[in-house]
Design a protein. Structure first.
Length: 222
């Protein structure tokens, strides 16, 4: 039997929309429906509808191409603007050694992020990670690595700046990691958004890994 990769279950504050990632067409249709619900069909809002559709559809397409496993879009976060924040989860298959201890997996992650190697370079890599604004903290049986940056997307009238915050979480009990990326155009509220993202990651719970053989047996018996 092959054990399925674990995933995270998020407790998201406010109101969020989950985008299906089965195909680009499915994601695009979900985003069209989301934008219609949020902004209606008034001619006065046509430009803002189109801008949101382009930004969110492009993000979903990139996520699908990169193998994303979850995407959520914030509809409302307290009094903040709608459709301004996105959460995307990835479960990449990475060469993170063959031992499941969180500290060792995190060390392999830092080496991969900075283009180094585990071993004699480890102390230097951790120093570089911290100097670049990287933060490491514990979450139960996991270690979390956080990095943030400002990114610019689009061009001309569609150009927009966003805060990108990435969290790498070591997966309990195995040499693997999950990437949770947040993107928000609420750049002026950066410190508050970073605090919110930290809280969401801290509150997330690991979903028990299912085994594909067990699932087949359950379907066959049903």
């Amino acid at each position: 039997m092959t054990a399925a990769r674990a995933a995270l279950e998020f407790r998201l504050p406010g109101e969020w929309w989950e985008v299906p990632l089965g195909s680009p067409a499915e994601a695009a249709e979900s985003i069209r429906e989301l934008v219609r619900r949020q902004y209606g069909r008034r001619d006065d809002d046509a430009a803002i509808r189109a801008a949101h559709r382009r930004r969110l559809t492009d993000a979903a397409g990139r996520a699908i191409s990169a193998g994303a496993t979850q995407q959520h879009i914030a509809l409302r976060l307290a009094s903040r603007a709608t459709l301004a924040t996105t959460l995307i989860e990835y479960r990449p298959a990475l060469p993170l050694g063959d031992r499941p201890e969180p500290a060792l997996v995190a060390e392999h992650l830092v080496a991969g992020l900075l283009g180094g190697t585990v071993g004699p370079d480890s102390d230097r890599l951790w120093s570089e990670f911290a100097e670049d604004g990287g933060v490491a903290f514990e979450k139960g049986d996991s270690i979390v690595l956080r990095r943030s940056r400002l990114v610019t997307s689009g061009s001309g009238d569609d150009e927009a700046e966003a805060l990108q915050v990435d969290y790498w979480l070591t997966e309990p009990g195995r040499p693997a990691a999950v990437l949770v990326g947040f993107s928000t155009i609420l750049v002026d509220a950066g410190p508050l958004m970073l605090e919110l993202f930290d809280a969401i990651v801290a509150a997330a719970e690991w979903r028990p890994a299912e085994r594909t053989g067990d699932l087949r047996a359950e379907l066959a018996s049903g």
